[in-house]
Design a protein around this ligand. Structure first.
Ligand code: G4P
Length: 316
C-alpha cells in the first residue's frame, strides 16, 4: 500500500498567514492533537511557526487511546525543547485547571499585572479543539469558521483575568507527506470517509491491529487463533459475526466497516495507532520522500531550461 492519499484541497495558506501574523504577539501555544495518533494529528506548521515559544500539547481523546502509549508519548514530547504535554479525556475538568495553571507557570511575569497571557490554540479539524475551548472558557463558544469558504474573524476568548485565548478560523491540515498518516487519520475518523478508499484504510487498520493488539481482536471477535493477514481476519471475524451473504459467502466489506467503526468508538478497546518509535522511523522516511520529490522537481526545471535553450538555438 504505497499510494499517497490526497484529500487536501490546499487552503493552507490562509491559516499560515493568520498564524504568522499573530504569532509574534503570543506568549504560549496550545496544540490539540489526537492521543491515538499524536504524530499524524500534528500540524507541521505549528513547529515551524512557533519558534522558541512554549507549546502545550494536549493529547485529546485520551479515553480512547492506549494509556501506556499515551504515557510514552508524554515523556517523548516533553523531552523536546519548550514542550509540555497533557493528556485530556472527555471529562476535561481536571485537565482544564492544569492547563490554566501551566500557562501561568510558563509566563509568571504577566500574572496579576493586568496584562493578559496571550495563548494561541490550534488543532486540525475534528481533534476536539472546540470542546476544549468550551471547557477552558466554562461556557459554550461558537465555532470559528472551519469551512474553507467561510470567513469569520479571529476569536478572542477570555479565560480569566490573566489569560486570553486566541482561536484562528483558518483550516489547519494534518500531515500530508506521510501516506501512513493518511490511513491513520482516516481510521480514527480525523478525515472524511469520502476522501479515501475505505477498503485500503480498513486493510491498513486490520494489519496494524493484528500486529499491535492481537488480544483485543481475539476477545472482541471471538477468534481463538488470529490469522496473519487482514483478508483472512475479515473472513474469520465476519463468519463469527454471522455476516453471511447468499451461498454462505462472508461479507468481508461489512466486517471491515465494523472493525473501523468499533475502533473509532472505542468499543474495541483503548488503542493507539502510533508510538514514538514509529514517529522516529517515519520521519526519516518522509525526509527521503521529500528529498526525492525535490530532486524530481529540480530535474524537471533543468529539463525545461535545456529545452528552451535548444529551441532558441534552432531558431537562430
Ligand atoms: P474540532 O473543534 O477540533 O473540530 O472538534 P470538536 O470539539 O467539534 O470535537 C470533535 C468530536 O470529538 C466531537 O464528537 C466531540 O464530542 C469529540 N471529542 C472531543 N473531545 C473528546 C475527548 O476527549 N474524548 C472523546 N472520546 N471525544 C471527544 P462528535 O461525534 O463530532 O460530536 P458530538 O458527539 O459531541 O455531538
Amino acid at each position: 500500500m504505497t499510494q499517497t492519499i490526497q484529500w487536501f484541497p490546499g487552503h493552507m495558506n490562509k491559516a499560515r498567514n493568520e498564524i504568522k501574523d499573530i504569532m509574534p504577539e503570543m506568549d504560549v501555544v496550545i496544540e490539540v492533537i489526537d492521543a491515538r495518533i499524536p504524530y499524524s494529528s500534528e500540524n507541521p506548521m505549528v513547529a515551524k511557526l512557533r519558534g522558541q515559544k512554549p507549546v502545550i500539547k494536549i493529547l485529546n481523546k485520551a479515553d480512547l487511546a492506549d494509556p501506556d502509549q499515551t504515557k510514552a508519548w508524554i515523556e517523548y514530547l516533553e523531552s523536546q525543547d519548550q514542550v509540555k504535554a497533557i493528556a485530556c479525556d472527555d471529562n476535561k475538568t481536571v485537565e482544564v485547571k492544569r492547563i490554566v495553571q501551566l500557562c501561568k507557570q510558563l509566563i509568571p511575569n504577566k500574572v496579576g499585572t493586568g496584562r493578559q497571557i496571550k495563548v494561541l490554540i490550534m488543532g486540525i479539524p475534528n481533534v476536539g479543539k472546540s470542546t476544549l475551548i468550551n471547557a477552558l472558557a466554562g461556557r459554550s463558544i461558537a465555532k470559528t469558521g472551519d469551512e474553507p469558504a467561510v470567513t469569520k474573524s479571529q476569536q478572542l476568548i477570555k479565560i480569566d483575568d490573566d489569560i486570553m485565548l486566541y482561536d484562528t478560523p483558518g483550516m489547519l491540515w494534518p500531515k500530508i507527506e506521510n501516506p501512513n498518516s493518511g490511513y491513520r487519520l482516516a481510521a480514527t475518523g480525523g478525515i472524511k470517509d469520502t476522501a479515501f478508499d475505505f477498503a485500503d484504510v480498513a486493510s491498513y487498520t486490520a494489519e496494524y491491529l493484528i500486529e499491535a493488539y492481537p488480544e483485543l481482536l481475539k476477545a472482541r471477535y471471538k477468534i481463538e487463533e488470529l490469522p496473519k493477514t487482514d483478508w483472512e481476519f475479515f473472513e474469520v471475524a465476519g463468519r463469527n459475526r454471522g455476516l453471511l451473504q447468499k451461498g454462505g459467502i462472508v461479507d468481508t466489506y461489512r466486517m471491515s466497516e465494523i472493525l473501523v467503526n468499533e475502533l473509532r468508538s472505542g468499543t474495541l478497546g483503548r488503542i493507539s495507532l502510533e508510538t514514538p518509535e514509529m514517529r522516529e522511523k517515519e520521519e526519516v522516511m518522509v525526509e527521503g520522500l521529500l528529498a526525492a520529490a525535490a530532486e524530481k522537481k529540480e530535474a524537471k526545471v533543468e529539463e525545461k531550461r535545456l529545452r528552451r535553450l535548444r529551441a532558441r538555438k534552432n531558431r537562430k
